[in-house]
Ligand binder design. Structure first.
Ligand SMILES: Cc1ncc(COP(=O)(O)O)c(C=O)c1O
Length: 395
């Protein structure tokens, strides 16, 4: 044995192209780049600047005091799942039972577990773009083929005709459609009639829907309609405590799925994370039952900030999509810049304001994403700095 030569081998050789080809988050990467510069106002991460409401924090402390420090059931405690159902009914008019809910480690794990339940090599995931980058990364890592539908010429809304064309071409392929309205990164939302029109198309094809509704509560024009209302047997809703309850660091979300499907998703969830954190579930249950006023106050503040940033940038001559939900604004960069990375780096270095290059959300982007989950004071100062930079450079 001792005389045998060691084999040439590195762990890198074992990693399949599906992992090597998937992209790490450009959002995190650019935020880290911007953090190297002093005094930069970072409108980068999609993270509420609000602290978690006090009642939720108190409930977590009580949970720990009661020694709720053990493994909860795979799909989450019954109390958390009941609280989710009550919330979905009260705030969104959606009918779910606790058996249809699985508590997850944020919407991130929910997406991974749901997509891992439905697709694998040879399957297709339709992603309307621009889009949150996880959809593509997860699809690629699962060996599925992402198919992008560019929505930039239709106000960032997926149109029924375009969807119909795409689905018709994929008729024989196992296909999952991802929807995300209100949308990250554009803030676009769909009206009830627009959701219904998409549902009518989907009903005519063999396709499953994952509806990422993490921004459903943060909607300024009309309440968000879930496609699950029209297609209850076809849709898995993904939601999170991160945005609506300002609980990003607690890592809790959930899926709401058709009867019988939640159990299948729970198997993938179980072998990924076993279960979600118990104290977070106890805390969020209180959030879903008792924090409507906190949620409404945060949404109202986001609304004011949206107006501040949107009208501020527009008055400086920038071309912005009007956001009707979430806390993002998508802005076209001036033609004089070769690409979005050049624009973003120049803005960090010269104006000391950071936003995210649109390439994080679509190929060959000409736009950038601002997150306005920041104080009005910071937004005013950012507008002031951008204006000064713009006049200095003359673009
Ligand atoms: C559209 C969308 N989906 C899912 C997530 C993941 O959220 P979390 O894992 O914090 O629940 C995010 C976070 O930014 C998001 O923007």
């Amino acid at each position: 044995m001792g005389t045998e030569e060691a084999r040439e081998f590195t762990l890198m050789d074992m990693i399949p192209d599906s992992i090597k080809n998937s992209q790490a988050s450009l959002i995190r990467e650019f935020d880290a780049y911007a953090s190297q510069f002093e005094g930069v106002i970072r409108l980068t991460l999609g993270e509420p600047d609000f602290n978690t409401p006090q009642k939720i924090k108190d409930a977590a402390v009580a949970s720990l005091s009661e020694n709720h420090t053990h493994y909860p059931p795979t799909s989450g405690t019954l109390d958390f799942r009941k609280a989710v159902c009550e919330f979905l009914k009260r705030r969104r008019g959606l009918d779910f039972e606790p058996g249809q809910i699985v508590a997850t480690v944020g919407a991130s794990e929910a997406l991974r577990s749901v997509m891992g339940t439905f697709v694998g090599p040879g399957d297709v995931v339709i992603i309307p773009t621009p889009a949150f980058g996880f959809y593509e990364s997860i699809a690629v890592q699962l060996g599925a083929q992402p198919v992008f539908i560019d929505t930039s010429r239709t106000d960032f809304k997926l149109k029924p005709e375009t969807l119909n064309r795409t689905l018709t071409a994929l008729e024989d392929v196992n296909t999952l459609l991802i929807l995300n309205y209100p949308n990250n990164p554009t803030g676009a939302s769909l009206t009830r009639a627009e959701v219904k029109a998409l549902a009518d198309v989907i009903a005519r094809h063999k396709v499953g829907v994952v509806s990422d509704e993490v921004y459903a509560l943060i909607s300024y024009d009309e309440p968000t309609t879930s496609i699950a209302e029209f297609l209850p047997d076809r849709t898995v809703v993904v939601d999170s405590c991160s945005k609506s309850l300002a609980m990003t660091g607690w890592r809790l979300g959930y899926i709401a799925a058709p009867k019988g499907i939640a159990e299948q998703i729970a198997k993938v969830h179980q072998s990924t994370v076993a279960t979600a954190p118990r104290p977070a579930m106890d805390a969020a249950a209180v959030g879903y039952r008792e924090c409507d006023a906190d949620i409404d106050a945060m949404v109202s503040e986001y609304h004011d900030r949206r107006n501040l940033l949107y009208y501020g940038l527009k008055s400086q001559g920038f071309d912005c999509a009007s956001p009707s939900g979430a806390f993002y604004l998508y802005m076209r960069i001036p033609d004089s810049f070769p690409d979005t990375m050049t624009f973003c780096k120049a803005m960090v270095e010269k104006a000391k304001v950071a936003c995210i290059p649109g390439d994080a959300f679509e190929k060959n982007s000409r736009s950038v994403r601002f997150s306005y989950a920041a104080s009005q004071e910071d937004l005013r100062e950012a507008l002031h700095r951008i204006s000064a930079w713009k006049s200095q450079e003359g673009f």
